[in-house]
Design a protein around this ligand. Structure first.
Ligand code: GRF
Length: 231
């Protein structure tokens, strides 16, 4: 852990509303951390504008001959900020094995589905096409296999009759923000850890992902988060 506030590095490719949720929580005093860098594979990512210029790092990943070259530069830039946690928040590029191994255990991703369902892209459209009744988002540790790491927590929303992908995506996004903030709160407090395919919460294996949306757990449930959001 760094001296002072825990360091969070955020990887982004697009609009950055999840990054904004972290920044807002920090500003509101509900997440005791600092964003030490925002890193993008796209020069024009809107998300970059959400932080001061000195916190921005971006390169055009497509200009690199090999994925490993871009990843290595990105990894060095991220490492230079001495991050305690690295969060992929709408980062649309696959991270190579070397990057993942270098930061394994402190690398989180938010993915818009109830993993293990719907890894990869177009999750909302695929859930609707399947007639799914529920959809949602997951925050998980990143492993080399895409969207396959241990899931820390999930938020569930209903799929409503007549939903299209945009409507469902908006409903999911609204729960992504509190979900991500809640998990980062646990992370910076040192309460979660990755142990192989399992998440440890306060040193104990999680048998299933935490939820932000289910009814309050029974009194004495060790999985209760004192902030009251995750259970
Ligand atoms: C979110 O739906 C996130 O789950 C997914 O990409 C989207 C990013 O949105 N990985 P934003 O850039 O945080 O607004």
């Amino acid at each position: 852990m760094n001296g002072g506030l825990p360091h969070i590095a955020v990887l982004v490719s697009g609009r950055g509303s999840n990054l904004q949720a972290l920044l807002d929580a920090i500003a509101a005093g509900t997440l005791e951390a600092q964003v030490v860098g925002v890193f993008s594979d796209r020069l024009d990512a809107v998300a970059l504008q959400r932080v001061p210029a000195e916190l921005r790092w971006s390169r055009d990943a497509k200009a690199y001959a090999a994925r490993e070259e871009f990843d290595a530069e990105l990894a060095d830039a991220v490492a230079a900020t001495a991050p305690d946690w690295i969060v992929c928040a709408g980062y649309l590029r696959i991270l190579g094995d070397a990057f993942v191994q270098r930061f394994r255990g402190r690398l989180l991703n938010i993915h818009p589905s109830l993993l293990p369902a719907y890894r990869g892209l177009r999750t909302h459209a695929r859930a609707i096409a399947d007639g799914a009744r529920e959809h949602g988002a997951s925050v998980h540790f990143v492993v080399p296999e895409l969207d396959a790491g241990a899931v820390v927590a999930q938020a569930v929303v209903p799929v409503e009759p007549g939903d299209n992908a945009d409507a469902l995506a908006a409903r999911v996004l609204a729960v992504e923000h509190p979900l991500l903030v809640s998990v980062l709160r646990l992370a910076v407090a040192g309460r979660i850890a990755e142990q192989g395919a399992t998440v440890l919460l306060d040193g104990h294996p999680l048998l299933r992902p935490l939820r932000v949306d289910s009814p309050k757990p029974a009194a004495g449930d060790a999985r209760t988060d004192p902030t009251g959001t995750l259970h």
